[in-house]
Write a protein that binds this ligand. Structure first.
Ligand code: 5GP
Length: 113
């Protein structure tokens, strides 16, 4: 697993240094629209902490953060109106297609674009 890079794109979005189309924020997460949506609903949810991937997050994050993160994912899907059917994806490592090395999940629903 690579070391966490504090200048990755999502870290910079979290610090407000780069813009994003925010859909939700609480003490645990920030959620915003993917810049290249693959469906009519395509939102990224990131934790407010320095975690490279789901591997890092699930082993290093405190329990309240892990619970808060997944509860927020489900709430966001509901708020987006896709509760009856959506996908959650998280790429792990370069071999798994991960491009941004700040843990995130994709919420993908609605019609494919
Ligand atoms: P992944 O690491 O999950 O394989 O890919 C990163 C995802 O982040 C891609 O779906 C890509 O479209 C999205 N993405 C990359 N850069 C930005 C950005 O600057 N802003 C937003 N909103 N999404 C981005």
């Amino acid at each position: 697993m690579p070391a966490y890079d504090r200048n990755n794109i999502f870290a910079r979005i979290l610090r407000g240094e780069l813009p994003s189309k925010k859909v939700y924020e609480d003490e645990f997460v920030l959620a915003f629209h993917d810049i290249y949506p693959k469906a009519s609903v395509h939102v990224l949810v990131i934790p407010k902490g320095e975690y490279v991937s789901i591997t890092d997050f699930s082993t290093s994050a405190p329990p309240d953060m892990i619970a808060g993160f997944w509860r927020a994912v489900v709430k966001i899907a509901k708020d987006l109106g896709v509760e009856d059917g959506y996908r959650i994806a998280s790429h792990v490592g370069a071999k798994g297609g991960q491009i941004v090395f700040h843990f995130h999940v994709h919420i993908i629903g609605g019609n494919r674009t």
